[in-house]
Design a binder for this molecule. Structure first.
Ligand code: CTP
Length: 404
């Protein structure tokens, strides 16, 4: 195959002991049929030589922003089908998040802009990884739609062991190939609800819940990365909206129902991950409730059902509807019941008493329930991966609807 017919992957290598693993990544990607263009920072060259990477990539390793002559090399690299930076050091993450462009790698990444696939595989000592600034940089890069794999727990260069080791080469390569192939949600118009709602008691207080919004945000981020057009209707959370997603901020169940009703007519699928209050104070006070009587009563009334509102919008037959069932204990029975009772195409159950699956956790162990009574139990997975599995099902159902 001619070089230009192959998908092009820019392989960025930065200055970490793990840089030697980039040689394997280059070789595997090349073997998988990619044109691999290695780009090394000055620090990376202290760990491996450009010759090693050139030999394994079958393509000259690029090291210098200034040796490009007439060609705008950073712009050419920016257009590659995929960027993989492995290993990505703390310093590189900081410079990328700050938008710096003082070497070929950062200049190319900046020129690439946002919304095109970029995979980062961080590697660093645990202290550097845990620093709030590193986490802040990472959050910014994720917000731009970049994908991050690892780091993982394992032996580190310092001789110790802990968080910070680069993800396994095989996993980086597998995800890279995945990112190249996955635009499988292009054309899907998706509405996601996320986070808790707040129902006013008085001018100061509210009835709320512990939802962090992480599942809904992961769904929105992954759907967008896979090509969907996403509207994220979110209650108050401490997360920044993913890049490229239409974000509608709401507070109450009623506001959420109104926002969903407005968005759903133009949607192919609705995934309701929000933890909506089922009841709200019947008569919220405009002023502040004073401390006084020993005992007071708060009367609650039922709130709007967001999913039912979505289901009532004309065009339901052509739309995929997904709900969640957060339960204490095994959620399978309840998820099946909600699937039927709420007329859903899929209900995702999780056990909030399980510390791996509770509010705010980074992982989830879920069961997928279908209206025909089928159940699929997924293993413990990071929330992003759970989101991908749910979106796989949404894609299949959506494609079925389109065919019929
Ligand atoms: N939901 C909704 N509107 C509400 C309450 C819940 O759209 N007012 C959605 C949630 O986003 C979730 C699903 O319904 O996708 C299930 O939420 P849950 O609170 O477990 O369901 P309920 O209908 O309240 O059932 P129950 O309280 O009996 O478990």
């Amino acid at each position: 195959m001619a070089a230009e017919d192959r998908p092009t992957v820019v392989l960025g290598v930065t200055g970490s002991v793990a840089a030697f693993k980039a040689a394997d990544i280059a070789a595997y990607l090349r073997r998988a049929g990619m044109r691999v263009r290695p780009v090394m920072t000055a620090a990376a060259q202290r760990f491996v030589t450009p010759l090693t990477l050139s030999a394994l990539a079958g393509e000259e390793a690029l090291v210098d922003l200034w040796s490009q002559g007439e060609r705008a090399l950073h712009l050419e690299l920016a257009r590659a089908d995929l960027w993989v930076v492995a290993p990505a050091t703390a310093d590189f993450l900081a410079r990328a998040a700050a938008g710096m462009a003082d070497d070929l790698l950062t200049a190319g990444l900046l020129a690439r802009g946002v919304g095109r696939p970029v995979l980062l595989a961080p590697a660093m000592e645990g202290e550097l990884w845990r620093h709030p600034k590193t986490q802040e940089n990472l959050a910014r890069l994720l917000g731009w739609g970049h994908t991050v794999i690892g780091p993982v727990v394992g032996p580190l260069a310092s001789g110790g062991s802990g968080m910070g080791r680069m993800a396994a080469v095989d996993d980086v390569v597998a995800l890279a190939l995945d990112l190249l192939s996955r635009r499988d949600l292009a054309g899907l118009r998706l509405v996601v609800t996320a986070g808790p709602t707040r129902e006013a008691v008085d001018a100061v207080r509210y009835v709320g819940n512990r939802s962090s919004g992480r599942m809904g945000y992961a769904l929105a981020r992954r759907a967008r990365a896979r090509g969907a057009e996403v509207t994220l209707v979110s209650g108050p959370v401490a997360l920044s909206p993913p890049f490229g997603v239409r974000h509608v901020a709401v507070e109450t169940a009623q506001e959420m129902a109104d926002a969903v009703r407005a968005a759903v007519a133009e949607a192919d699928a609705v995934v309701a991950a929000a933890a909506v209050a089922d009841y709200r104070p019947a008569a919220p006070r405009a002023d502040k409730l004073r401390r006084g009587a020993e005992r007071i009563r708060l009367e609650l009334v039922r709130t709007a059902d967001v999913l039912a509102t979505a289901a009532a919008v004309p065009g339901r037959e052509g739309r995929v509807l997904v709900g969640f069932a957060a339960e204490v204990g095994d959620p399978a029975a309840s998820a099946l019941d909600k699937c039927v009772r709420k007329g859903l195409d899929l209900c995702v159950g999780n056990d909030i008493a399980d510390p791996d699956s509770t509010f705010g956790s980074a992982t989830d162990r879920v069961v997928l329930a279908f209206p025909d009574g089928a159940l699929e139990r997924l293993p413990l997975l990071p929330k992003e991966e759970v989101a991908d599995r749910i979106l796989d099902r949404v894609r299949d159902l959506w494609q079925e609807r389109r065919r019929s």
